[in-house]
Ligand binder design. Structure first.
Ligand SMILES: C[S@@+](CC[C@H](N)C(=O)[O-])C[C@H]1O[C@@H](n2cnc3c(N)ncnc32)[C@H](O)[C@@H]1O
Length: 339
């Protein structure tokens, strides 16, 4: 069977690596669309444990629209059967659309829903359907499937404290995986916010010693509560403190890995302040990392990071990638400290 997986644009390779661990083949970016991975599997079961994925969609077919109109979409959908749909099975149609079309998503949901009611005599249930029929449109590319997940797999625990800048757990997974953490890693999350990275480190990689630092006491209390909800309080020490003064907080070479999702700078005022903050953080991170330790940083100001790494010195760039997060394109950089 073929499945379409929705992932985070820029981290599709992480999903492929997770599939490979399960012995399953996959291909990224069908039709060139970021954030999608196609997987082949005998059934959906092994896919539910993927940590880099939001939704699982059983692939029923693909087509290209011959024009931007509603009729074009309906004729592209017409040849495909929906297995399992019938008078005893309720359904809903959900459309996810990117690009320019001459109709809105709800119009296609209603029109295609009416087609399926007429064809299968199946009842519509918009709140708790037995089958969730999913249509993805990317400009003229169309994917039809049955969505097997109701909640995104990336929602793993109730987030009591969820500031707007909080990462998705799937992005945190990708960052930590590329950083190369494992059970024995001593990890510092230097701008912990709601604790997503620290919590994912424990849940996804079984780390036992994580420090989650944030300057804001509300974030420290909120992150701690999130960790409690996630059942990982014992492995994470939440600490209030300044990531520009790490050597005052920790002994030298305390950590094997430091991960950072510092503020993007939207509310920090003048950009020299932000540049200085990143620079000081890089200097301090060096002191608390072991020689050979790794640093992963996610920032919007991608051009600054090479410059800062050169200015501080003693870093080897292991990888850099651009990801997409809510319409922004931050860069994720992984460095090794030469010591
Ligand atoms: C982008 S948010 C981190 C979001 C986090 N990864 C999450 O998933 O919730 C940046 C965090 O850095 C904190 N912060 C800003 N300046 C700091 C500093 N100098 N030292 C430590 N934390 C700082 C902010 O309070 C905020 O919680």
């Amino acid at each position: 069977m073929r499945f379409l997986l929705t992932a985070d644009p820029g981290f599709e390779d992480v999903t492929l690596a997770e599939l490979a661990e399960r012995g399953l083949p996959g291909a990224p970016r069908p039709f060139g669309y970021a954030g999608l991975v196609v997987a082949e599997a005998p059934g959906p079961e092994p896919l539910f444990s993927l940590r880099s994925v939001h939704h699982l969609v059983q692939d029923l077919g693909r087509a290209r629209l011959s024009g931007p109109g509603l009729e074009d979409a309906l004729s592209a959908l017409a040849p495909f059967a929906i297995p399992g749909l019938g008078p005893e099975t309720s359904f809903a149609v959900r459309v996810h659309r990117r690009g320019r079309h001459a109709f809105q998503s709800p119009e296609l949901e209603r029109a295609y829903g009416a087609v399926l009611v007429a064809r299968y005599r199946a009842p519509v249930n918009l709140t708790q359907p037995d089958l969730l029929v999913r249509v993805d449109l990317f400009e003229e590319a169309l994917f039809l499937g049955i969505q097997l997940t109701r909640r995104p797999l990336s929602i793993r625990y109730p987030k009591v404290y969820a500031p707007p800048a909080a990462l998705k757990a799937s992005v945190a997974y990708g960052m930590l995986r590329r950083l190369g953490v494992s059970r024995e890693t001593r990890l510092l999350d230097a701008f912990a916010g709601s604790g997503t990275l620290a919590i994912e480190a424990v849940q996804g990689f079984s780390l036992r010693r994580v420090v989650a630092l944030d300057r804001n006491p509300r974030a420290v209390a909120g992150g701690r509560e999130n960790a409690r909800q996630a059942g990982v309080s014992e492995q994470i020490r939440f600490l209030q403190g300044d990531a520009r003064k790490l050597r005052q907080l920790f002994p030298p070479a305390r950590f094997d890995a430091v991960v950072a999702n510092p503020p993007y700078g939207k509310r920090l005022g003048r950009s020299e302040n932000l540049y200085r903050m990143y620079l000081e953080f890089f200097q301090e991170a060096k002191t608390v990392l072991k020689p050979g330790g790794v640093l992963g940083v996610l920032v919007l100001k991608r051009g600054w990071i090479d410059r800062i790494a050169r200015q501080v010195g003693g870093w080897v760039l292991l990888e850099r990638r651009v990801i997409e997060l809510g319409g922004l394109y931050p860069g994720y950089f992984v460095f090794r400290s030469k010591g």
